[in-house]
Design a protein around this ligand. Structure first.
Ligand SMILES: C[S@@+](CC[C@H](N)C(=O)[O-])C[C@H]1O[C@@H](n2cnc3c(N)ncnc32)[C@H](O)[C@@H]1O
Length: 317
């Protein structure tokens, strides 16, 4: 599914796999939550399958994407699903449970995540996600939050920068990069993505992979992506009704590890390794994907962005 805006296109990843996994029931009220609405490529296809009285909830931390999704969903709603209620929420999915409760929703029938950024984020210089385009060093999904990539780079301590590049970028030059940033920012603060890429070229190396890892690490830190994902997954599993599905598409190993480990932990009876265990945890999900779902050859060829995608799913028991 290609979703076109005035200048850009976002192609949804693993579309048929995700839509196929969410089988809605007729004559029952289905509440489906898209935790990362983006341009509503997945949500639009699911909306077409929904029945009168069902509810589709879409979250996005990015207000611009939420507005584009709203236009798209309204068109689909008019044509295919006039009696489905659509609730769009400008919020980080870390607050999923609270925002759903604000809307009177205390259980959900299916919930899915399509992580990472939309193609639009990379195509718009002013958001600061792009290596190719010069723009402010921002990288926030939600422009209401206070922490930009420039603030992190210009004011964090060396040990914290090192930790960010090492943990979130798995960057071999993490120590050197952190040390050189401290040196460089004494002369001049980092303001733009161009300042950062030039710095990396001049002071570290010209390898594109180093730049990609540094950008990824900063984006994860700016948006607290890993903490937010883990908390949101716990809440989502708790909100799910029995026999219903949670589905998550991730694009890098750090995210995938969180999805995999959270589902694994929730699929076991006991979390403790102690001999005498008092946690009394009982399993809450059954994993549906022993191995992750990957895009087929056709999709990988036609949408290079899909090549790193991995999806995992589980059903509430
Ligand atoms: C890959 S895109 C989703 C694309 C969508 N599935 C489609 O097919 O059009 C991911 C979206 O999730 C949003 N996002 C990322 N992290 C988020 C978070 N923690 N909370 C809410 N939205 C988030 C981004 O702003 C982006 O719009």
């Amino acid at each position: 599914m290609d979703v076109k805006t005035d200048q850009n296109i976002h192609t949804s990843v693993l579309l048929k796999e995700l839509v196929g996994a969410i089988s809605l029931k007729k004559d029952e009220k289905n509440i489906v939550v898209d935790a990362t609405l983006g341009l509503a490529g997945h949500a639009g296809e699911i909306l077409k399958e929904m029945n009168p009285g069902d509810i589709l909830v879409g979250f996005d931390a990015d207000e611009r994407n939420l507005k584009l999704a709203k236009n798209r969903l309204e068109k689909i709603q008019t044509q295919y699903a006039p009696e489905v209620q659509i609730i769009l929420i400008h919020s980080n999915f870390v607050d999923l449970r609270e925002r759903l409760q604000d809307n009177g929703i205390t259980y959900v029938r299916a919930i899915y995540y399509d992580l990472w950024v939309s193609s639009l984020h990379f195509d718009e210089a002013d958001r600061g996600f792009s290596l190719r385009l010069n723009g402010p060093l921002d990288m926030r999904f939600d422009t209401r939050s206070w922490k930009t990539a420039a603030e992190l780079i210009n004011y964090s301590e060396e040990k914290d920068l090192f930790q960010i590049f090492k943990e979130y970028g798995e960057e071999p030059y993490a120590r050197k990069i952190a040390a050189k940033i401290i040196e460089s920012r004494k002369e001049q603060k980092f303001q733009t993505t161009g300042d950062l890429t030039n710095f990396l070229d001049e002071k570290i190396n010209t390898h594109i992979k180093t730049k990609m890892r540094v950008f990824q690490a900063l984006r994860i830190a700016v948006n607290s992506e890993l903490y937010n994902l883990e908390k949101s997954l716990w809440d989502a599993i708790e909100l799910l009704e029995q026999d219903w599905i949670i589905f998550a598409i991730s694009f890098h190993s750090l995210e995938d590890r969180i999805v995999k480990q959270t589902l694994k932990r929730e699929s076991r009876d006991c979390l403790c390794s102690d001999i005498i265990c008092s946690c009394k945890h009982t399993k809450t999900v059954k994993i549906l994907t022993k191995k992750p779902i990957l895009p087929d050859e056709w999709e990988q060829k036609n949408n290079p962005r899909s090549r790193s995608a991995k999806a995992r799913a589980a059903v509430k028991i």
